[in-house]
Design a binder for this molecule. Structure first.
Ligand code: ADP
Ligand code: MG
Length: 272
């Protein structure tokens, strides 16, 4: 069974008398340990989809399950636990607390889960070390570069050791050079730590780290396919043989058993 499963999911936002139909019958399956890139024009429902996958919001219709648990049947308390322990969020704008040090920002989710002080101090430092910021633990967000802030945000997302990482345009505010270590980290989280990673991006080079690309249009999946193809260009796979091999292997190993599997050729031009 897929770790995340959406069946005919709809999401309506009511704004006064108008209803925005953000998702219009979306089907998606994500297996454990996969990296899936979500692409699509602005307004196509990518962030709405992420909110539903992370149990931040519930669908208007259809069915959404995490590990077989139907999100609509969970009580608010269960949803809070699910969000806090099983899902880590990374946002385009980092969403760090400006008055707290990097270490305290990373500790916050552990405070909410009641992790004892010493354990959370140690874990926050270990996580900052893991993202390459072992020498920045006392820095506040405004004393860090954009790329460093996003790495703090990734460390924070990992605080409670979630199995699912949802990254909504994590490199959207960063230039290519600063974005690369962020993407490398996300890829490592999947490949080495077995995390399931969903990455929303406009950047084909960023999407190239994924096993699979899912394209949205008007609140539906418009195309789905392997990430490794001419559409993502060869520049990102470039001269790093390991990356090329991994990307190729991931593509080749993908059974493409989803209903829309194997539609990589289904090009539809650029996003946004
Ligand atoms: P994307 O992330 O692909 O740009 P979103 O999921 O943010 O798209 O938005 C999909 C559609 O839903 C857009 O038309 C947007 O204006 C609308 N929308 C998103 N969030 C809300 C909200 N909280 N209230 C009303 N409309 C919303
Ligand atoms: Mg968005």
């Amino acid at each position: 069974m897929a770790l995340l499963e959406l069946r005919g999911v709809t999401k309506d936002y009511e704004l006064g008398k108008t209803v925005v139909r953000a998702l219009r019958g979306l089907d998606l399956e994500v297996r454990k340990g996969e990296i899936v890139a979500i692409m699509g024009p602005s307004g196509s429902g990518k962030s709405t989809l992420m909110h539903i996958l992370g149990a931040l919001d519930t669908p208007t219709g259809g069915e959404a399950t995490i590990d077989g648990q139907d999100l609509q049947r969970l009580k608010e308390r269960q949803l809070v636990t699910l969000r806090g322990k099983r899902v880590g969020f990374v946002f385009q704008t980092f969403n760090l607390i400006q008055t707290l040090s990097a270490q305290r920002n990373v500790e916050l989710p552990m405070i909410f889960q009641g992790t004892p002080k010493r354990a959370r101090h140690r874990r926050a430092r270990d996580l900052l070390e893991k993202v390459g910021l072992g020498d920045r633990v006392r820095h506040k967000p405004n004393e860090l570069s954009g790329g460093e802030r996003q790495r703090v945000a990734i460390a924070r997302a990992l605080a409670n050791d979630p199995e699912i990482i949802l990254a909504d345009e994590p490199t959207g505010n960063l230039d290519t050079e600063t974005g690369e270590p962020i993407l490398a980290l996300l890829r490592e989280l999947s490949r080495r730590d077995g995390k399931t990673v969903i990455l929303v991006t406009h950047d084909p080079d960023a999407a190239a780290i994924a096993d699979r690309i899912v394209r949205l249009r008007d609140g539906c999946v418009s195309a789905e396919g392997r990430a490794v193809s001419e559409e993502v260009g060869t520049s990102s796979l470039g001269d790093d043989p390991e990356r090329r091999r991994e990307g190729g292997a991931a593509g080749a190993a993908s059974p493409g058993d989803g209903p829309e599997g194997g539609a990589a050729e289904n090009k539809e031009g650029s996003d946004g």
